[in-house]
Design a protein. Structure first.
Length: 315
């Protein structure tokens, strides 16, 4: 992990347009900041998807084709704190469905908190956590022949460029069996006035979350970033339907990272791209699944129609 971290950071900071992978946001501090973000008034995404999970649980269960007498594996990619999933787990457990819950996350800390939480709140649910990068664990899904339901929530898919998302879904589908399902949560295209504040809250928590990536480089790779010399700068392009987060250098400066042995120069105003959050509509979703064996079964939206959970079936 540390070797990959070092290599990817060096590569990203050495390229002409500087970038850092968003998966490295999630250390202990980043996990806690993201939980704070989910509760912010501006961050509508979690509330919208929670609305679906809380108020349309039976629709989800029905469209996922779950049956009480057939054991299945409920696999979640990038589970985080599982706030929304717990609504579904609660119903499945109460109604005596037979299943195991298998959350996968890159953050060891997030998984151990989630496991502890579920042991207390839903002791009947069998939980097997797997720490790893979801790009690298898909092949392991083939290890069992049980029917599978895969959850990929929170519009995490939107953190991938379209071509990467299409390849990821194709690969995911190739590791599933016929009739397995994917519950894919995506944020829908809407006005800039609603979307941009979700990445630029008034309390500055998202700014802290973004800049924590530099702190993590300081802590784990011996960097000497001064966080005061950098600002959080989100953008939303309404035509493309894509929000992008940047860290901007507010002065001309150089930063040294001991682990890479390199020094990086930043011009005043130079941007480091840290995250993409693509927004979707039906056509854009069709585009990223068209090369996979996944077909849309149904789409469930929240009461404000901000967010959609698509249920896709492997053919
Ligand atoms: C934005 S949070 C969303 C959490 C949850 N899915 C939700 O909807 O509330 C992203 C989660 O995905 C995890 N994650 C990000 N990139 C990952 C990767 N490449 N592989 C595995 N987990 C990843 C993070 O650790 C974090 O828990």
């Amino acid at each position: 992990m540390i070797e990959n971290f070092k290599t990817e950071i060096d590569l990203g900071l050495s390229s002409t347009t500087k970038k850092l992978p968003s998966k490295y946001f999630y250390n202990k501090k980043g996990d806690a900041l993201f939980v704070e973000i989910m509760n912010l008034p501006e961050y509508y995404l979690t509330r919208s998807e929670f609305d679906i999970f809380k108020n349309k649980t039976q629709d989800l269960i029905q469209h996922l084709g779950l049956e009480k007498n057939t054991f299945f594996e409920l696999i979640e990619l990038g589970a985080g704190d599982g706030t929304k999933t717990k609504q579904l787990l609660k119903s499945l457990s109460k109604e005596n469905y037979s299943f195991n819950y298998l959350p996968i996350d890159i953050s060891h800390n997030a998984l151990s908190l989630l496991k502890k939480d579920l042991q207390n709140s839903l002791p009947k649910v069998l939980v097997h956590t797997q720490q790893g990068d979801y790009f690298e664990v898909l092949a392991s899904l083939k290890q069992s022949n049980h029917p599978k339901v895969v959850l990929f929530l929170g519009s995490n898919i939107g953190n991938m460029e379209d071509a990467v998302a299409a390849k990821f879904l194709k690969n995911l589908a190739a590791n599933l069996q016929t009739n397995d399902t994917l519950l894919l949560g995506v944020d829908l295209i809407k006005a800039k006035e609603i979307i941009l504040p979700a990445y630029n809250d008034s309390k500055g928590v998202t700014a802290q979350f973004n800049l924590n990536l530099l702190q993590r480089i300081n802590d784990e790779l011996g960097g000497n970033f001064n966080l005061d010399d950098f600002d959080h700068a989100p953008e939303y392009n309404e035509r493309e339907g894509i929000a992008k987060s940047y860290i901007v250098s507010n002065r001309s400066q150089t930063v040294h990272i001991t682990a890479t042995g390199n020094t990086y120069h930043f011009n005043k105003g130079e941007k480091i791209h840290t995250e993409i959050s693509r927004k979707y509509n039906d056509a854009l979703l069709q585009e990223i699944i068209k090369d996979s064996d996944l077909h849309i079964q149904t789409k469930i939206v929240d009461s404000k129609q901000y967010f959609a959970d698509y249920i896709l079936k492997k053919q």
